[in-house]
Design a protein around this ligand. Structure first.
Ligand code: KG4
Ligand code: ZN
Length: 340
């Protein structure tokens, strides 16, 4: 019988301090996430210095809780996988240094993971991955369509040219005086309203798979100002519904077109915006009409930042023989395709 493989994941790229351990690539044996959202709320967004300080305070506690949940000793871990980037440099550094310290002290191999690879591999915790696949990555920092011909091989076929989808949600929420992070609030409001306001959709030139959300964001801000100038009340639920419809229509249309063109077997949803109820429903409806493509949507807890996804991606990197050494540094601008 083959020995079980235990990989620890460490994630600190933004405002979640997370440590997880997974067994044989797919089974979660520990998954601890300490969110800092409450500390950043009053600033309307993540404050990098505050994020770093919280990571320092939380790291040991979260690590010890994960070890306790898993009921393992450190010498049973086969590798420590850590988010190398992209993200906030000061935040990433805490995770990278924690991982290096554990790896060095206990002589455990170290594996560096791309944050988006992690988001994509959250899907492997719920469904066996089939190739070729297409991932729709929608988070606070990224909006990408990623083609994979095999495990660990990422090709970005489309990405945002300005704001990420989650960023657009958070900025529009601010205009509507909703708390940070605004995505869930817009999502909730959108279901109470009707898309009565005409807003643009950025399809971009030559059937591009790229995205752009800054024009839509500006259109929302202009609409709010125009209503105010005319002394009219704007129904926030209708504005939210109109905004959400515009975002979802572009995301789903491009995902369907790419899935057909690249003849993929699976479409994987990834990133914090994957929690959006409207997006989940629209994707389900669209891919019902495309039965050759299996749609996989992870549960909400695996869509937002967590370390189980980092351990899942780390397992693949580990099995492919990738190792980082103790010179590993945080890389806030890390390229996904470099892992090819
Ligand atoms: O992946 P994530 O946790 O962090 C990043 O790596 O960026 O994504 C966070 C983003 C935030 O912008 C948040 O507003 C958005 O995901 N989000 C949502 C929803 N839940 C979270 N956006 C739209 N609808 C939601 N239900
Ligand atoms: Zn993320």
């Amino acid at each position: 019988m083959e020995k079980d493989l235990y990989i620890m994941g460490i994630e600190t790229s933004c405002d979640e301090t997370a440590v997880a351990i997974i067994k044989n690539g797919t089974e979660i044996v520990a998954n601890v996430v300490a969110s800092q959202i409450e500390s950043h709320k009053r600033f309307g967004g993540v404050v990098p210095e505050i994020a770093s300080r919280h990571h320092v305070e939380q790291m040991t506690i979260v690590f010890e809780e994960a070890m306790q949940q898993a009921n393992l000793s450190l010498n049973q871990l086969d590798a420590i996988a850590v988010t190398e980037g992209p993200g906030l440099v000061g935040a990433l550094l805490i995770g990278v240094n924690a991982a290096k310290a554990i790896a060095f002290a206990h002589n455990i191999p170290l594996v560096a993971v791309h944050h988006i690879a992690g988001h994509i591999y959250a899907n492997r915790l719920v469904e066996e991955m089939k190739f070729p696949s297409l991932s729709l990555v929608v988070s606070g920092g990224h909006t990408e369509l990623v083609y994979m011909k095999e495990h660990g091989h990422f090709q970005v076929i489309g990405e945002t040219r300005d704001d990420a989808a989650g960023e657009a949600y958070d900025k529009v929420a601010r205009v509507l005086n909703l708390p940070y992070p605004g995505g869930p609030h817009i999502d909730r409001l959108a279901h109470e309203g009707e898309p009565t306001i005409d807003l643009p959709r950025a399809w971009l030139e030559n059937d591009s798979y790229d995205f752009s959300f800054s024009g839509l964001k500006s259109a929302v801000i202009n609409t709010v100002h125009n209503f105010a100038q005319r002394g009219e009340e704007i129904a926030p639920e209708n504005l939210a519904a109109s905004f959400q419809q515009s975002v979802i229509e572009v995301l789903v249309t491009k995902a369907v077109r790419a899935a057909k063109e690249y003849e993929v077997k699976q479409i994987l949803l990834a990133g914090g915006v994957a929690a959006n109820k409207g997006l989940r429903a629209a994707l389900k409806e669209a891919f019902l009409k495309l039965p050759t493509v299996e749609l996989v949507i992870p549960p909400l807890s695996l869509c937002t930042d967590n370390a189980a996804m980092i351990a899942a991606a780390g397992t693949i990197m580990y099995e492919k023989g990738q190792r980082a050494d103790l010179a590993l540094n945080a890389n806030p601008g890390l390229d996904l395709e470099i892992h090819n």
